[in-house]
Design a protein around this ligand. Structure first.
Ligand code: PMP
Ligand code: GLU
Length: 390
């Protein structure tokens, strides 16, 4: 009865584990979860007020498929002001979260047999969306030794005549790795004489630490501007996961236009209230709140890295951005799925196995929660790891 396509699709592992942790908690179990990729902060007040105003003013009707003219203008202004990228409003589409942006993009670009290069560890959703679109994922492995970043050489080796797209995520979920301008330039040099497009997922743009500088992939050169589809949103930076807002921008007007056709036959426009709220999320009004959250994430990151690296048997590379640690467990386990199941059972701590992100021998720990919970969680993880070493 069911389509072959849907039968091969896996459910999101990150969502599955967060849901399981929530259910165990509801049953009264003492569970702490570091599995969700979701800020614990509330959405800034100015954004909420914009939503209330939208309701009061009756902005409750269908809008244009890619978004209202005001919202598209706000996205274009953001990309210009913060990333130095000039897009016209017909080169932008807004979506129900950046996950939906990726869904539309892969459906619009990928044909049966097309190859999509994905550096591992990757966010769980990419290979599933590639598969659902009929394509094949070509995975480039990276490890903590290379800072979880691909080299120009690796990219060159992975490209074949069937390569359609490269997916880049900087800052990365799950490793927090951030590509520097020089590293992006080296990748751009490899792509220069190819037809390969780039999907640049910049969801964690605002969450960078220390002297790390975020560089938008499309800003590297005119060639990169032409071949890159920039994907971003407000879920992570503005603590707006539940509002469902993401967007894409591409120099290729035809690509945006066919994705509008697809969206017109699936979800139409995104929620009209969210659209008004997103304008305030994008126009600089909440810069102060975003910076406060970034500072809190950085403090938590420093604390968590220090605590993990003091645990005998575990190690972690300090991330330059996002809100995840990708913790190396190779000294104590070669089966991250089993490790995470046993950890949840023994200590009531939920983390996500590295194997779900395409890299065995690690787990992902989200530090998007308060310091006390982080300390308690790592104490429990340490007790569990000590038990494994005996
Ligand atoms: N890209 C990355 C790298 C993510 O981690 C996520 C989700 N957490 C998304 C895209 C999707 O975000 P959204 O909630 O806006 O759909
Ligand atoms: N992206 C977040 C995460 O990695 C939220 C869950 C999801 O969308 O998969 O946990």
């Amino acid at each position: 009865m069911l389509s072959k396509r849907i039968q091969t699709l896996s459910a999101s592992l990150t969502i599955a584990i967060s849901t399981l942790a929530r259910e165990l908690k509801a049953e009264g179990k003492d569970v702490i979860s570091f599995s969700a990729g979701e800020p614990d902060f509330d959405t800034p007040v100015a954004v909420k007020n914009a939503a209330k105003k939208a309701l009061d003013e009756g902005h409750t009707k269908y809008t244009a498929v890619p978004g209202t003219p005001e919202l598209l203008e706000a996205v274009a202004n953001k990309l210009k002001r913060e990333n130095g990228l000039t897009y016209a409003t017909n080169q932008i589409q807004t979506n129900n979260g950046a996950k939906h942006s990726l869904f539309n993009l892969f459906q619009a670009l990928i044909d049966e047999g097309d190859e999509v290069i994905i550096p591992a560890p990757y966010w769980v959703t990419y290979p599933e969306l590639v598969k659902y679109a009929g394509g094949t994922s070509v995975i480039i492995e990276t490890t903590d030794e290379s800072g979880f970043k691909i080299t120009a050489e690796q990219l060159k080796d992975a490209i074949t005549p069937k390569t359609k797209l490269l997916v880049l995520t900087s800052p990365s979920n799950p490793t927090g790795a951030v590509y520097s301008k020089e590293e992006l330039e080296a990748l751009a040099e490899v792509l220069k004489d190819t037809k390969v497009l780039v999907a640049s997922d910049e969801m964690y743009e605002k969450l960078v630490f220390g002297d790390t500088e975020f560089v938008a992939t499309a800003s590297i050169s005119d060639d990169m501007f032409q071949r890159t589809i920039t994907i971003n949103g407000l879920s992570k930076s503005a603590a707006m996961t539940g509002w469902r807002f993401g967007y894409m921008a591409s120099a290729n007007t035809e690509l945006i236009s066919v994705m509008n056709k697809l969206q017109s036959q699936s979800t139409s426009n995104i929620n009209s209230i969210t659209q008004d709220a997103a304008i305030v999320g994008l126009d600089g009004t909440i810069d102060k709140e975003i910076e406060e959250m970034r500072v809190a994430f950085e403090e938590r990151c420093n604390k968590a890295v220090e605590l993990f690296n003091a645990v005998d048997g575990l190690s972690v590379v300090k991330p330059n951005g996002a809100f995840y640690l990708f913790v190396n467990i190779k000294e104590v386990s070669n089966d991250s799925m089993q490790f995470c199941k046993d950890l949840l059972e023994a200590e009531g701590v939920a983390v996500v196995p590295g194997v779900g992100f395409g890299s065995e021998g690690y787990f992902r720990f989200s530090f998007a929660t308060d310091i006390e919970t982080i300390e308690e969680g790592i104490k429990r993880i340490e007790r569990f790891v000590q038990g494994l070493k005996k």
